[in-house]
Structures are given as C-alpha cells and as structure tokens.
Design a protein around this ligand. Structure first.
Ligand code: CO
Length: 185
C-alpha cells in the first residue's frame, strides 16, 4: 500500500467530470487500498479518486471511530465505505448548514448547506450493487465526495469560507451543526 499525493485546485483533474468505473480488477483494488490509506493518514473522513489525480467515479468515506464519534454516530463511526459510481437517488428536502474542509484545499474551512439525508446507490469494491442510507455528517461527507466526481468543490457552493484557525471562526461556526473536528474530505 502507498500514500498517494493529494492534488490541489491548480490541477485541472480536480475540475473534470470523472469517468465511470467499469473494471473491478487488481488495478482498482490497489487504488482503493491506497486511497483508504491516504485518507486515514491525512487524516480525513473522505476521499474521491480525482483528489489523487485519478479521474474515476470512486470514493472512500470513513467517519472517526473515537469514543465521541461512537456515541454520536453509533455503528457508522469507523465504518469504511467504498463506493464506485455513487449516485444520489433520493435526497431529503431538509437542508442543514455545516462546516466542511477539503484535503485538496488545506488550511480553509467553509459553511455549506447540504441535504440532511441521502440515499446512494453504486457498487462495492467488487462491483456488487449497493445502496446506502446516510444522514447527518455521513450524508454531508457523501455529498462532498460525490461533488468531487463532477469537478465541484465545496468552495463553489459555500455560504462563507475562512482560514482554519482564523479569529472569526468562532463566530462563524454554529456548534449545533459543526462536527467536533470539522473533518477534512
Ligand atoms: Co474534498
């Protein structure tokens, strides 16, 4: 396994519409393992293949599994999701504001409106059809990652962005909607 370099917005791959995954062979398995390792090492809560310069519709997501997360997210804390060709087939009308960061835009955070709940279809790492129901922070991370596959960054839709650790941050952040460590994705 290997930790892959994460590209930044000056690289046009991040702005491209990624291609569908059609082959689930050893090459894809290696890419998935490397993406998981890269996400965990970053550390981040999600990673999309275009962020490691591979223009494929593939994402990995994993919320932290510390005690606090387990209390808040139950079984979803620490659970690894690998989804090829993810597609949001249902989204709640309810929108929630929350804080996001992106591993491709280090040092910045933003406030973004997302659907509170989404249902996602796609394939697992072996090409088997899967369906995931996600809410709250997990739903937010999925929406952030799926945006990456269409060349969209959270800064395109954020109500506000600010430097991480900036003095205005405390005013901008609503603790009700802010994950404990505003995980990077
Ligand atoms: Co991101």
């Amino acid at each position: 396994m290997a930790i892959l370099p994460i590209i930044q917005p000056d690289n046009p791959i991040l702005r491209k519409k990624a291609l569908r995954v059609s082959s689930f062979g050893p090459e894809l398995q290696t890419l998935i393992d490397n993406m998981v390792e890269t996400m965990i090492a970053a550390p981040g809560v999600g990673l999309a293949a275009p962020q490691v310069a591979v223009s494929l519709r593939l994402i990995v997501v994993r919320l932290p599994d510390d005690e606090e997360s387990q209390k808040e997210y139950g079984e979803e804390a620490g659970k690894l999701y690998v989804v090829a060709n993810p597609k949001i087939i249902k989204a709640s009308k309810e929108m929630v504001e929350g804080v996001e960061g992106c591993l491709s835009i280090p040092g910045w955070l933003g406030s973004v409106m997302r659907h509170e709940q989404v249902v996602i279809t796609g394939q697992d790492r072996h090409g088997k059809d899967i369906r995931i129901k996600a809410k709250g922070w997990l739903a937010r991370v999925f929406q952030h990652e799926i945006d990456h596959l269409d060349g969209r960054l959270y800064t395109d839709i954020a109500e506000e962005v600010w430097r991480q650790g900036a003095s205005t941050e405390d005013d901008a952040v609503d603790p009700e909607t802010t994950p404990s460590d505003a995980g990077q994705a």
